[in-house]
Design a protein around this ligand. Sequence first.
Ligand code: SF4
Ligand code: SF4
Length: 479
Amino acid sequence: METAKYYELDVLNEDHQTFRNELASINKDGSRKWVYAQESSGRLTTRRSIVAYTLLALLIATPFVRIHGNPLMLLNVIERKFIVLGVVFWPQDFYLVVLSLLTFIVSIGVFTSLLGRIWCGWACPQTIFLEFVFRKIEFIIEGNARQQIALDKAPMSGTKFARKALKHGIFLTLSWMICNLFLSYIIGTDALWSIITDPPSQHASGLTAMIVFSGLFYGVFARFREQACVVACPYGRFMSALVDPDTIAVTYDFKRGEPRHKPTKADKDGTNTAPRGDCIDCGQCVVVCPTAIDIRNGIQLECVNCTACIDACDSVMTKMKKPTGLIRYASSNGVKHGQANRFNTRVKAYIGVWLILLMVVTTLFLRRPEMEAIIMRQPGTLFQKVGDDNIANFYTLQLINKTFIPKTAEIRVLEPQGATLTPLGDYQSVSPQNVQHGRFFVAIPKAKLNGAYNTIRLGVFMNGNLIKENTTTFLAPEK
Ligand code: SF4
Ligand code: SF4
């Protein structure tokens, strides 16, 4: 069996207390200690692979899926146009975006309190791209962790140059594709295709952005790697404020594992009477760790809950004919006391806030009007006399059709009685996903007016149903 001494990350020989003071992937002088993580395999790695490749397929397919000619998802912050699951959100719906974001942040809090960094290990794009795309390609081209170390230490040769060039060439191509993929979520696939196929002079800024972001992705996946999770990711920082001893996370069962020991001849003979834990100090859980930590030191900020150490240790335990699960999903209290209070007061409070937000967002979403109308008195105008008995005011109108079918709207005066509304032009028909601008004037008999400033109530009707009321001012001469 391979042990950790073969690897550069000889964490097991270090003082076990130093892990709190320094990062395992940074040398004492501050330079980078490259992590050569061994490829993991096992029950959880297989499950994570299925989840990762399913999510990748969804991520790649989503911008190409169309509903009524619109993409399934578009987050066009430049033109302030957002489409989520085929539903178009306009700037007028911004409150829904803010509330949805708030609900998403609180849901991360709820899941982190209950299940630790489950997002990082199973669903984060950084982990999925790094572990299931880039590192897989690295294993194919440069071999396993030990072969990678040998290759890096070897002097430059034709073979080394060819392998490095092939790897980095593929990494650069993949980074460019990832950049295009994320860009298609922002500008849509049609606009992206135009940038790629039109002469470069027509899209200088778009192409510059693509080159810069492709370079950034390459830097993250080829060089920065686990440092993104360890030192850059803000979620990793506030995660530590959310977990407590009852949070389920990848945990080493120190009660069962300690005192750790390397198997001796006396163990095989059965003559050893010293206390023995199940951990044989083989270091397999460390050499597979992509952030280079030793989970036996307890829960740590650097742990992204990737489960590689669980699979590695399960394989060791199986070979040693001992029960698996020395490292497993468990809470600190679960390991210490055999049980944990998963739904403690803090978690219940998070869930309560989360459910309230979820209900509010769902209700607002379902009650979101299909048609929006903005009515204002025309700026810069006062009033006009119409004959001897009536006063008229001009109004501007914006009708926003948020649906995928044409809509017809009608504006009526609800109050005061006796007022008449005259449309100026044909603004009533609004095509799908469009904004229609229009003007109309309202004439009111003098007898119904009360001084210079009056209030009128207008109603927006669709198919004969009142969908919105609007109260605005009506100017008239002083009495
Ligand atoms: S916890 Fe498991 S994998 Fe890690 S050193 Fe102990 S026996 Fe080996
Ligand atoms: S300690 Fe285990 S779960 Fe955490 S990052 Fe390392 S290998 Fe993954």
